[in-house]
Each structure stands twice: as structure tokens, then as C-alpha cells.
Design a protein around this ligand. Structure first.
Ligand code: N2P
Length: 387
């Protein structure tokens, strides 16, 4: 049992080390106050809730269960990149009550007043969350854990169709560092024949490229972006697919190697088996580390249904719902109470719940200034256009 929790302690240690602090114990967010208000507040909101989440992130039927139980009708839309969500929030009047930004974007969104503080009295299941993960979020992103509740976490890495990659590489052995497969011309020139896919977002690709060239993945220095795009330019012609919903591309063999998200690559592996493909798909653990992300639920500043939003967040935080997400979407949950309910084949999959020693190598998330994000977008767009 203890082994399963190791990763979260390792996570807090590495994230704190990453922000220059020693591995001192961190004040954990206070547990929700148990005392009930004198009279239970009556929810007079219209029975509607508008949710905006990443594609391929929620188990089938979970929304229907919430609707059935509460009588609240959910409009559930999806986005594919942090940039797309951010643009909607900045424009205002998005119409969404709950959004799920990555922590890299949630930080400037909190600072910019785009998200409202949670009413923790309405979320009794906050107590189910892993204190170590909440401490890392408080330290780096959301002081006092006022705005954000983790949906899931995971990492950006290299996914491969082992069968097709072995064939395309021929006599060439697999590199020690899996990032070479997507960034080193020696490999990409061979793998282009079976399809190279990249996530389609500046803040996904530039950070992994920075990491590959030995720079800080979260550098805010535009001069570093130039170096990253110089490296990327050498492999641009070999990249066939730009997509942030690449599960089917990988599962069907349209792409044999991808810069993708850990859970999506694991879903692709499962889907290939369901499709009776003989090819084996795998999320890799690059020797130099992969980039961790946290995706977090938050309520928009101008939400029209904040009470319904709190009700959904509390519902999602039930141990059984958190475990269902891990079991079906192949992303680790930050819900400590849910972990014992995760199926052994998921809990023991080292590319989903990674082991503590690999954690020590992973790159914790940070964030970018508005100017840096703009410079990164320009660098990425010119890379993509090929000029
Ligand atoms: C999408 C999962 C989103 C992970 N399937 C990246 N934040």
C-alpha cells in the first residue's frame, strides 16, 4: 500500500526543490471547516451547469450520473489546448461555469482575476485530495489552495507504436533518450515514413524542445525560444501531424511516434488492442525526464451557476469518481481517497502512476509571463509554417 503513495511525496519534494526551497515540510492547506452554517443555503440557481474541459478526459456516463442525481442539466464542451481556453477566459462572458486549465495557465488566470475563489464549505470532499499535491499547488500556483481543485495530472512525453518504429528504424537501435525520436534528424528522417505527430500548441512543444536542448523548460527568455526553434527547424519537414487529439491517429497506426500526453498514449494502447491491432503502443519514460502537468478545475469569475459548479466539483471529488477517471482515462488522480479504488493494472502501470525514482527526473510545471507566452506563440507559429 505504501508504495502507491510514494510518488506523491516524491512529487512534493521535487516541485519544491524546483522552486529553490529545501525539502522542508510545507504548510498543508487547512482542511475544510466542518461547522455547518446556521441554516442550509438553498440553491435557487436554474438547473444548468456549463463545463469546459479537455477532450478525452471524462469517463462515459459520469455527466449523466450527475444529471440524474441532481436534476442539473450539464452542457459539456471540450477544448484541445490551454491557449484555446485562455483566449475564451480573457475575452470574458465565456458562458462556462467550470473550466479546467493546466496549472501553467491557471496561475496567470488567478492573478488576472479570471477565476473566483472557491467556497470550500460547499466542497466537503476536498478532504479526499492528496495533501502533498495540494501543497505543491499552493506553493507554486494557487496560494492557500483558494481557486483550484485537481482534475488529474500526467506528463508530456514520447509515445510510440513499437512495432512500426522498430520496422522504420531497421538496424538502428532505439536511442537511450526517447526525445531523440522526435527531435534528432537521424531518427526523424527514418520515422517520417511511418508518421510523426506533435501536440499542436506553443506551450506544449516549446517547453519540451527547451528541455531537450538543455534549457529550462519554463524559461521566460525569448532568446531561448530562438534556440529551441533552430533545433525544431531541422526536423520540421519530418513532422506529419499536428494535433492535440491524437489518440486515434496513434491507435490506428497513422502516427508511429508522437509528442503526446501520458494518458492519451495509454488510451491509444488500449484502443489498438480493442481494434485487434497487432501493433504494440507504449508511452515512454525518456531518460532525461518528461514534463509533468496538473489540470485543475476552477470556477470562472463570471459564472452564472456557481452553486451548481460547487456541487459538480464535490461530486467529482468522491473517491469512486476520481478512481473511475484513472481507471478509464489512464491519468493519475490527485484524490488520495480514490487511489485504493484504482484497478491494479492501472495503479501498477509505471507510465500512468510513475514510480518515485522516475519522479526525481521529471520536470515540474512552472508558468510563463504574458510576454513570454506571446513570444513563444510567435516562435511556434514560425516553426510550424516552416520559415
Ligand atoms: C486530454 C488530456 C489533457 C492533458 N486527453 C493535457 N493537459
Amino acid at each position: 500500500m505504501m508504495k502507491k503513495y510514494l510518488w506523491s511525496f516524491a512529487l512534493s519534494a521535487i516541485v519544491l526543490a524546483g522552486c529553490g526551497k529545501k525539502e522542508e515540510p510545507v504548510a498543508v492547506a487547512p482542511a475544510p471547516v466542518a461547522s455547518a452554517p446556521a441554516a442550509a443555503a438553498v440553491n435557487t440557481e436554474e438547473k444548468v451547469l456549463n463545463i469546459y474541459n479537455w477532450a478525452d478526459y471524462i469517463p462515459e456516463g459520469m455527466i449523466a450520473s450527475f444529471e440524474k442525481e441532481t436534476g442539473i442539466k450539464v452542457n459539456y464542451d471540450t477544448f484541445e489546448t490551454n491557449e484555446a481556453l485562455h483566449a475564451k477566459l480573457v475575452a470574458g462572458n465565456s458562458g462556462y461555469d467550470i473550466v479546467v486549465p493546466g496549472s501553467v495557465f491557471a496561475k496567470p488566470q488567478i492573478e488576472g482575476g479570471l477565476l473566483q475563489a472557491l467556497d470550500k464549505a460547499q466542497i466537503k470532499n476536498l478532504a479526499n485530495l492528496d495533501p502533498a499535491i495540494m501543497a505543491t499547488l499552493a506553493a507554486k500556483t494557487d496560494p492557500g489552495n483558494k481557486h483550484l481543485v485537481p482534475w488529474a495530472w500526467g506528463f508530456t512525453t514520447v509515445g510510440i507504436n513499437k512495432t512500426k518504429v522498430a520496422k522504420a528504424l531497421g538496424k538502428m537501435p532505439m536511442p537511450e533518450n526517447a526525445w531523440d525520436l522526435v527531435f534528432k534528424p537521424e531518427y526523424t528522417s527514418k520515422l517520417k515514413s511511418c508518421g510523426i505527430a506533435y501536440l499542436d500548441s506553443p506551450t506544449e512543444i516549446i517547453p519540451v524542445a527547451l528541455h531537450y536542448i538543455g534549457k529550462d523548460a519554463y524559461s521566460n527568455d525569448a532568446a531561448d525560444y530562438k534556440l529551441a526553434t533552430e533545433m525544431l527547424a531541422k526536423v520540421r519537414k519530418d513532422v506529419r501531424i499536428f494535433s492535440s487529439t491524437m489518440i486515434d491517429d496513434v491507435a490506428s497506426g497513422k502516427a508511429c511516434v508522437a509528442i503526446g500526453w501520458s494518458g492519451d498514449m495509454n488510451i491509444a494502447a488500449v484502443r489498438a488492442k480493442e481494434n485487434k491491432s497487432k501493433d504494440e503502443i507504449e508511452a515512454l519514460l525518456p531518460s532525461t525526464g518528461a514534463l509533468i502537468f496538473f489540470d485543475t478545475m476552477a470556477i470562472t469569475k463570471d459564472a452564472k451557476h456557481p452553486n451548481n459548479a460547487h456541487a459538480f466539483i464535490d461530486f467529482y471529488l468522491r473517491a469512486e469518481n476520481a478512481a473511475r477517471m484513472s481507471n478509464e482515462m489512464n491519468y493519475p488522480t490527485a484524490n488520495k481517497a480514490g487511489v485504493p479504488l484504482v484497478k491494479p493494472e492501472i495503479a501498477n502501470n509505471k507510465t500512468i502512476f510513475v514510480e518515485a525514482d522516475y519522479f526525481a527526473k521529471m520536470i515540474p510545471p512552472s508558468s510563463f509571463s504574458n510576454e513570454a507566452r506571446e513570444a513563444m506563440a510567435n516562435a511556434y507559429n514560425s516553426f510550424k509554417k516552416g520559415n
